[in-house]
Design a protein around this ligand. Structure first.
Ligand code: GDP
Length: 140
């Protein structure tokens, strides 16, 4: 399996509770390398653009408000089958349904405040990485 990349976001519920290090440890223990990382505060417009695919969903306005409510840590993760590997360590969207030991099961507060985002396909990963990072901000 070739090395590939995915985008991860540590969401505002997790940065507020000082969980960046714990989440990074879980990511690294899953065999992924953090090859790009920055802590930023999303504007509403950035959050709307990032989640544009969800704009017809009933929770869109809440999601945009939540994602721009505090700092996030955006990350590029690298490893074998990075998208699927990260989705496995993240766990299901709803923390109550996430497998034991996953990041969302351990740290998620609700289906919305579920601590982490991860790209859901290699195609989306490429677009999401370039949404936040220039190539000189990523180094393996
Ligand atoms: P993901 O790929 O597991 O993050 O899930 P989705 O792409 O379906 O949803 C994107 C994000 O929207 C999730 O991570 C949650 O933060 C939020 N979300 C998903 N479903 C719901 C919901 O039913 N209600 C609310 N308030 N937020 C949701």
């Amino acid at each position: 399996m070739p090395v590939s990349r995915t985008l991860s976001i540590i969401k505002p519920d997790a940065t507020r509770r000082n969980l960046t290090g714990a989440i990074n440890a879980a990511i690294e223990e899953a065999g992924l390398r953090i090859v790009g990382q920055k802590r930023i505060r999303l504007t509403r417009a950035q959050a709307e653009a990032f989640y544009a695919v969800h704009k017809e969903r009933p929770f869109f306005a809440d999601l945009v408000a939540f994602m721009s409510s505090g700092p996030v840590v955006v990350q590029v993760l690298e490893g074998e089958d990075a998208v699927a590997r990260n989705r496995t360590v993240m766990g299901a969207t709803d923390p109550a349904k996430a497998a034991p030991g996953t990041i969302r099961a351990r740290f998620g507060e609700s289906i919305e405040a579920n601590s982490v985002h991860g790209s859901d396909s290699p195609e989306n990963a490429a677009g999401e990485i370039s949404f936040f990072f220039s190539s000189d901000e990523i180094t393996g």
